[in-house]
Design a protein around this ligand. Sequence first.
Ligand SMILES: NC(=O)C1=CN([C@@H]2O[C@H](COP(=O)(O)OP(=O)(O)OC[C@H]3O[C@@H](n4cnc5c(N)ncnc54)[C@H](O)[C@@H]3O)[C@@H](O)[C@H]2O)C=CC1
Ligand SMILES: O=C(O)[C@@H]1CCC=N1
Length: 273
Amino acid sequence: MSLKIAFVGVGNMASAMIGGLRASGYASDAIIGTSRNADKHKSIEAKHGVAMTSDNRLAVEQADVVFLCVKPNMMRDVIQDLVDVVRQDQLFISVAAGIELKSLAAWLTKPVAIIRSMPNTPSLVGCGMSGLIANEFVSDSQKQWVSDVFDSFGSHAWVQEEEQMHTVTALSGSAPAYFFRVLEVMIEAGQTQGLDAATSRKLATQAMKGAAAMVEELDDDIAVLRRNITSPNGTTQAALETLEENGIKALFSSAVDACSNRSKELGKEFASE
Ligand SMILES: NC(=O)C1=CN([C@@H]2O[C@H](COP(=O)(O)OP(=O)(O)OC[C@H]3O[C@@H](n4cnc5c(N)ncnc54)[C@H](O)[C@@H]3O)[C@@H](O)[C@H]2O)C=CC1
Ligand SMILES: O=C(O)[C@@H]1CCC=N1
């Protein structure tokens, strides 16, 4: 029987995970979600077949596992309102950017099992990537269950140091947005050159998907895969030289730095003390 999961704060991220879980066959009656936006409850219930409520305490009381999915600035208040219904046999999994395990533990007040995760929205289509770190109360069997759950909508990596969660956020949590932006720009360029929007979208998207699939499925060095497309003095060389001249390396490495720095700031901004 599936463990009962409560998702507290069903918005974009929790909705993606619920969609991924449901698509992988997780029982609908083993999932309950909450949000402050009661107007959206019906559509979430219809989309994912799971029950929704505005009452966090009601949802948490009946759960074995609680996913904490509100924004970082809401986390403390939401947890503090739950404290008297929290049980020590429950497992708590935060998805919030920046928020440290020690802050979550301080707000939960009891010695409970807590996991800090950093998923991403491609979880919705079974292609998520999540970074994970556990506190000292998480058992090996809980870790295995969590690995299986996150794998059911993509893949996961446990990190050794909590600091590494900032980098996880920069490389996978936020990263789908960078790639969406790259696609937006490419599609627009295709249209500028005369393709219709749908064709432009299909070409650029399939190229991105194909490149990712090659990296994933082949063991080749990525630079070799790149060189295999780049004929001397050919079309690809012209494009890549333009990207280098315009600072692609500095651009993406500074974006990654900005992302992980913001994650660190969020952790400090919303720390327990
Ligand atoms: N959107 C993304 O791609 C990712 C988001 N995250 C993390 O996920 C968390 C949520 O982000 P999003 O889903 O993007 O935000 P969102 O704004 O789409 O969802 C937050 C949800 O929380 C609900 N909420 C607010 N206050 C509440 C309360 N007191 N009780 C119950 N529900 C409440 C809101 O109604 C909303 O549905 C954040 O902590 C973020 O750092 C992590 C990885 C990726
Ligand atoms: O932008 C954010 O803060 C969240 C965390 C990772 C992706 N979205």
